[in-house]
Design a protein around this ligand. Structure first.
Ligand code: SF4
Length: 169
C-alpha cells in the first residue's frame, strides 16, 4: 500500500532519482542535505537571482515552475541549472514539468538554462519523452516506497554531493 506520508512525485525527485536513487529516497524522507554545502548554496543563489527580470514562478498542482521568455519572445517553462554536467537529468526534470502541464491541457515548450555557461536548450515533449517520464515516475515511486534507502554506490556525482559525508564518512 502507498505510504501517504511520502511526498507525491515531483520534479525535484525526478532529478535526484536520475542522478542517484539514494538521494531521491533521502529527499523524499525530508532528510535534507547540508544547506550550507557550496553546491547547494550556489544552486539556490542561481535559482533565486538568475534571469530574475524575465522569470515568473508559479505553482501548478504540487509543482513549482518558472515561466520565462523563449528565444522568440514566447512564454516557455524554464529550468535553471548551475551546470550542464547532468544535462540528461535536467532534460527529464523539464520533460516531467511539460508532461504534468499537458495533463492540465497546457501544451508548452521548455528551455533549460545554464547561466554560468551562457547556454540554453529548448525542450519539447514528444512520445519518447512521455515514455521516459512515465518510466521515471514509476522508478521514483518504487524507490521512495522502500523502507530503507538504497545502499550508497560510488558514482561521479558523489564528490560534489551534499550527502557525501552522510554516505561515506
Ligand atoms: S554521496 Fe553518492 S551515493 Fe550518496 S547520495 Fe550522494 S550521489 Fe548518492
Amino acid at each position: 500500500m502507498l505510504d501517504t506520508n511520502l511526498p507525491p512525485v515531483n520534479g525535484t525527485l525526478i532529478w535526484y532519482y536520475t542522478i542517484c536513487p539514494r538521494q531521491a529516497w533521502l529527499i523524499a524522507r525530508q532528510m535534507t542535505p547540508d544547506e550550507n554545502d557550496d553546491n547547494v548554496v550556489l544552486g539556490r543563489f542561481l535559482h533565486e537571482k538568475a534571469y530574475n527580470r524575465d522569470r515568473h514562478e508559479v505553482l501548478v498542482g504540487n509543482i513549482k515552475i518558472d515561466l520565462v521568455r523563449g528565444a522568440r519572445g514566447e512564454v516557455v517553462i524554464g529550468e535553471i541549472k548551475k551546470s550542464s554536467h547532468a544535462r540528461e537529468s535536467a532534460r527529464l526534470q523539464l520533460l516531467y514539468y511539460l508532461y504534468v502541464l499537458k495533463g492540465y491541457g497546457l501544451d508548452l515548450k521548455g528551455v533549460l538554462l545554464f547561466p554560468l555557461e551562457k547556454q540554453r536548450e529548448e525542450i519539447v515533449l514528444d512520445a519518447a519523452g512521455v515514455e521516459a517520464v512515465e518510466r521515471a515516475i514509476a522508478g521514483v515511486r518504487e524507490v521512495v516506497a522502500q523502507p530503507f534507502p538504497p545502499s550508497p554506490v560510488k558514482i561521479k556525482w558523489c564528490r560534489p554531493c551534499a550527502y557525501a559525508e552522510y554516505c561515506w564518512a
